[in-house]
Design a protein around this ligand. Structure first.
Ligand code: SF4
Length: 231
């Protein structure tokens, strides 16, 4: 590598460490709505969203309530146009009451950073809000008991694009029963909202060979979002 190229690489690396993603040239314009535009559409947005969060925290509608430490409602910015949906809280999420923490959360943050975003630009939720014991997949009765919380979150957030992280989210929300490899790069629709599917970060941690495919998917998500939102 030439000396100039090395200096430029070091410079951009430093800038990336010093400044949050919103200062980067390749951010996704229009990813956030201003709170005022949201509240003008729905004046009770914040209080309703918080009320839904409180309702979930006091929910005992399925057996997962017996073994959870915390209910994990979601994380990020509800004024976003980009909503990520995972499967269920894991051990760290259950202990901290926060979505996508630990190694899987860090990996999701890294993938977001590669397309110029961070958590303050997106919202992240799960199909079920309480941890299934030993990180097993949620059973249909648990999904059915919990999905109304997610549907209300979607109704409040009104994203332009939904990203399902993994097969469980794709099956539960989009009613798709295809191998994940066949869903990647396709644009589906959920209630008129563009929806795409990629790997769950925990699956990438179990098989690091999926990382390159996930990177491609995140670039595609950015591209489709920009094309379809005219930004
Ligand atoms: S998983 Fe959902 S439905 Fe079940 S107890 Fe938790 S919040 Fe309630």
């Amino acid at each position: 590598m030439s000396e100039i190229k090395k200096k430029l690489t070091d410079y951009f690396r430093q800038q990336g460490e010093l400044y949050p993603a919103e200062y980067f040239f390749d951010k996704m314009p229009g990813i956030l709505r201003t709170p005022s535009s949201v509240s003008s559409e729905n004046p009770n947005f914040i209080s309703n969203f918080q009320r839904l969060d409180e309702e979930a925290k006091n929910c005992f509608a399925c057996d997962l309530a017996q073994t959870r430490t915390n209910v994990v409602f979601g994380d990020g910015n509800p004024n976003t146009n980009l909503l990520f949906i995972g499967e269920a809280p894991g051990e760290n999420e259950d202990l901290q009451g926060k979505a996508f923490v630990g190694r899987a959360g860090k990996l999701l943050d890294d993938l977001l950073k590669e397309i110029g975003l961070n958590r303050s630009h997106v919202y992240i939720a799960n199909i079920v809000k309480c941890r299934p014991p030993a990180n097993r997949q949620p059973v249909p009765a648990e999904v059915n008991a919990c999905i109304h919380f997610l549907l209300h979150q979607i109704e409040f957030i009104q994203p332009r694009m939904i990203i399902c992280l993994g097969l469980v989210a794709a099956k539960a929300l989009l009613k798709l029963d295809l191998p994940l490899g066949r869903m990647r790069s396709q644009v589906f629709t959920f209630q008129g909202i563009d929806a795409m599917v990629t790997y769950h970060p925990a699956a990438i941690l179990r098989n690091i060979n999926l990382m390159e495919a996930a990177r491609e998917d995140f670039k595609k998500i950015k591209q489709i979002y920009q094309e379809n939102s005219g930004s």
